[in-house]
Design a binder for this molecule. Structure first.
Ligand code: MN3
Length: 211
């Protein structure tokens, strides 16, 4: 079984009015699907052909032949990043994290509000297309960063500029928000807080050893 397009855990209109149904339809059904299919094409004949976890492909990308790396970086990156993105959102979510995740965010960033401000700055200042992240660095400490294109922290510092395990990702490519928000990326970032599934983020943080 190669990489596959994960089903959404909610309906395409479930994140309305914050993320509109048409954007979800195109973003999941066309953009994400294309990353998965192109990643599988690029992995054909390599030692990672048949790998089902796109994060493992991102981590092991450096072992692949040089002529495969750009296609794998862009498309396995896209496959992994979008799978995480859908999973850290949901209807009737938002609010603030609780329990050990809330404590870890306070400890790392000062307060939840300070965290949101730093994350929003990372999202707003990523020039062009890319992602903003809450991630666990290799020592298990929470950190905020951004990456270009479909890079992510699993690809490592030399490739992505930051290194660790992605816990929460926000897609800031125009295809993620242009239909509803046009050029107003900060409005889209503000709306994102209404759909964040903090239980999913906490579970990612636990799995990464950050809590
Ligand atoms: Mn996208």
């Amino acid at each position: 079984m190669p990489l596959s397009l994960p089903d959404l855990a909610y309906a395409k209109d479930a994140l309305e009015p914050h993320i509109d149904a048409t954007t979800m339809e195109i973003h999941h059904g066309k953009h994400h699907a294309a990353y998965v299919s192109k990643a599988n094409d690029a992995l054909k004949g390599t030692p990672l052909e048949g790998e089902t976890d796109p994060w493992i492909v991102c981590k092991k990308m450096g072992d692949l032949p040089a002529d495969k790396q750009t296609a794998v970086r862009n498309n396995a990156g896209g496959a992994a990043n979008h799978a995480l993105f859908w999973s850290v959102m949901g209807p009737d979510k938002g609010g603030a994290p609780s329990g050990s995740l809330a404590g870890a965010i306070d400890k790392a960033f000062g307060s939840f509000d300070a965290f949101k401000e730093q994350f929003a700055t990372a999202a707003a200042t990523r020039f062009g297309s890319g992602w903003a992240w809450l991630y666990a660095d290799p020592s298990g400490k929470l950190a905020i960063g951004s990456t270009a294109n479909q890079d992510n922290p699993a690809m490592g510092k030399q490739v992505a500029g930051i290194e660790g395990t992605a816990l929460l990702g926000l897609d800031v490519w125009e295809h993620a928000y242009y239909l509803k928000y046009q050029n107003k990326r900060p409005d889209y970032v503000n709306a994102f807080w209404n759909v964040v599934n903090w239980d999913a983020v906490a579970s990612n943080a636990k799995a990464a050893g950050a809590l």
